[in-house]
Design a protein around this ligand. Structure first.
Ligand SMILES: C[S@@+](CC[C@H](N)C(=O)[O-])C[C@H]1O[C@@H](n2cnc3c(N)ncnc32)[C@H](O)[C@@H]1O
Length: 223
């Protein structure tokens, strides 16, 4: 691993609680109403774990769209990498990608890294990820703490991230430099099972912060 981990005492039992209820009929965060238990066929523990930690893989096309508009540092930290759908697309573009996750899913650093607690020593690059939905704001805040002035944080988030009182207050002090709204739907697949997804019920955007930026945010449309 390129950088040493500090305070990496993340253990599965310490992981964040996601409020999962077996068999509950509820909307998942992509907006599809479903019985999580039935729809997932989540009859085994590992499937429940994956759901519990908001594992939805992002269609790699999202990276192509982002890179067609934005330039990034040569070193990227994908701090919630899942199975590496974004990391692999970034690597194909020549970036050196540090891939970490709270749960090792067979890709990236096998050592769990809780992004809300742990960090990398002397990290000098940009951060790009699709964070766990429930902790989107915390991830953005933490990412901004973890990059140096002038470096970028790009987060793939639901458009709804724009609203909300708590987030408004955050945006007033930390405006994204630019928001790229995907005018066609992109897909995030639970457990990376893209073959099970016919269409997406959620609208997404890339939110890009540049640490230290003060000013009005720009909005653009991609896709
Ligand atoms: C929405 S998925 C996105 C996966 C990947 N970034 C992608 O776009 O394909 C969110 C990921 O965040 C991870 N995660 C949840 N809580 C985390 C935490 N506290 N620290 C690091 N990763 C976390 C989950 O394990 C899951 O893999």
């Amino acid at each position: 691993m390129l950088f040493g981990l500090i305070d990496n005492n993340a253990k599965i039992k310490e992981q964040i609680k996601m409020g999962y209820q077996e068999g509950a009929i509820k909307k998942d965060w992509t907006g599809n109403q479903r019985s999580i238990y039935a729809t997932l066929g989540a009859s085994n523990h590992s499937n429940k774990d994956r759901q519990q930690h908001d594992y939805y893989a992002t269609e790699p096309k999202a990276i192509e769209l982002l890179l067609s508009e934005e330039q990034f540092s040569p070193i990227i930290w994908e701090c919630a990498c899942g199975e590496g759908h974004l990391s692999k697309a970034l690597e194909q573009h020549g970036f050196k990608v540090i891939s970490t996750d709270l749960i090792y899913r067979g890709f990236g650093d096998p050592k769990p890294l809780n992004f809300l607690k742990d960090t990398l020593k002397d990290f000098e690059g940009d951060i790009i990820t699709n964070p766990p939905y429930k902790y989107s704001l915390e991830f953005v805040q933490r990412a901004l703490e973890n990059v140096q002035k002038g470096k970028k944080v790009a987060m793939f988030l639901k458009l709804q991230f724009l609203e909300g009182k708590k987030r408004k207050n955050f945006f007033l002090h930390n405006p994204p430099k630019i928001v790229y709204v995907s005018s066609s739907r992109l897909i995030c697949a639970m457990n990376g099972e893209f073959e099970k997804i016919k269409s997406s019920a959620a609208a997404y955007a890339w939110f890009v912060w540049e640490k230290g930026f003060i000013g009005d945010s720009i909005i653009k449309w991609i896709n």
